[in-house]
Design a protein around this ligand. Structure first.
Ligand code: CAA
Ligand code: NAD
Length: 289
């Protein structure tokens, strides 16, 4: 593999692009607007600068990694890419349009991967010209730090494509968990009910926001409490994931907590909008309830 196209330059696409470039591969990075891809590249430059300041990497390595990332206006320049990784908003209609469009320009042996958190891979494969080359490649946030990638072959994914994808994930220095194509795969099927339950606990005023997070940080030794983590992931993304799993399984345990719906409807999406369960406008996060 030499060139990877990354479609969607939000927090995940940015982390994915940075990680791939730091591991020696060229990245073509796009979003719905060239300016967003350029902002993402500028953010990656700052992130690499922080690693240099902490003496984690050499200046020359940071410069070389950045030089390997090109922000592009659409998928056109990805015609020769060996693989594309879609990391756009967790909405089926957005991802469907991306794959239908990309499928028209990609080479006939390019692997098409999605970083979806929950949408069934076998369903998504229908949106591409060749289901055999489609696969789930699920990174964790923040991508440069987290050591895991889930690989999810769909029903029709070719074995050779799965093997190449696993080799690619390992080349990025990550451990791989292979999951069957079941709603939420492995980790999110376990994580999202916990986050959702924390929002129910908050909605029922069982404890304060801070105590719910403190309880899980100290009582379970988690690095972040579930409400902090929900803000970190993005409340819209948490809600989208729960809705996909709930719609797919019809199992009431995945019904989204009404308070989570309310926060998303208010546009309080977490860290990325400056306000979620916590308000991030000051020096330290402040609970909103
Ligand atoms: N990008 C790159 N590096 C980052 C980073 C980011 N966004 N945030 C933190 N880091 C690095 C820091 O530079 C630091 O590196 P060094 O130790 O080498 O100096 C290291 O991570 C620790 O950072 P901090 O000291 O600033 O803060 P911390 O100790 O509180 O760690 C954290 C931050 C790594 C995010 C930690 O709080 C954590 O692990 N939280 C849980 C994250 C998690 O659960 N992620 C999975 C979410 S679910 C998911 O991703 C799947 C899905 O589909 C929703
Ligand atoms: P985000 O909101 O930070 O970024 C989404 C990006 O997609 C935005 O930049 C948006 O402009 C872009 N986008 C929207 N429509 C597009 C289009 N038609 N073409 C190209 N780009 C488009 O969200 P995120 O957290 O980066 O999540 C992206 C994907 O990664 C989702 O599928 C999500 O479920 C998955 N994911 C998220 C996390 C997480 O912790 N946030 C972890 C793993 C996987």
């Amino acid at each position: 593999m030499q060139t990877i196209g990354v479609i969607g330059a939000g927090q995940m696409g940015s982390g994915i692009a940075q990680t791939i470039a730091q591991n020696g591969l060229k990245v073509l990075l796009t979003d719905r607007d060239l300016a967003i891809a350029e902002q993402s590249r500028a953010g990656i430059e700052r992130a690499l600068g922080k690693l240099v300041a902490k003496s984690k990497i050499e200046v020359a390595d940071a410069e070389a990694a950045l030089a390997r990332i090109e922000a592009v206006g659409d998928v056109g320049p990805m015609a020769d890419a060996d693989m594309i990784i879609e990391a756009a908003t967790e909405k089926e209609e957005i991802k469907q349009a991306i794959f239908e469009n990309a499928g028209k320009v990609l080479s006939q042996d390019a692997i098409m991967a999605s970083n979806t958190s929950s949408i069934p891979i076998t369903r998504m494969a229908n949106w591409t010209p060749d289901a055999g080359r489609f696969i789930g490649l699920h990174f964790f946030n923040p991508v440069p730090v987290m050591g895991l990638i889930e690989v999810i072959p769909g029903l029709a994914t070719d074995k050779a494509v799965t093997d190449r994808t696993i080799a690619f994930a390992k080349r990025l220095g990550k451990e791989v968990v292979l999951s069957q194509d079941e709603p939420g795969f492995v980790v999110n099927r376990i994580l999202l009910p916990m986050i959702n339950e924390a929002v129910f606990v908050l909605g029922q005023s069982t404890a304060s926001m801070e105590d719910i997070d403190l309880g899980c940080r100290l009582g379970l030794n988690h690095p972040m409490g579930p409400l902090q983590l929900a803000d970190f992931v993005g409340l819209d993304t948490c809600l989208d994931i729960l809705r996909v799993i709930y719609r797919t399984t019809r199992d009431s345990k995945y019904r989204p907590a009404p308070l989570l719906v309310k926060y998303v409807e208010a546009g309080w999406l977490g860290r990325k909008t400056g306000r979620g369960f916590y308000d991030y406008s000051g020096d330290a996060p402040v609970p909103t309830r």
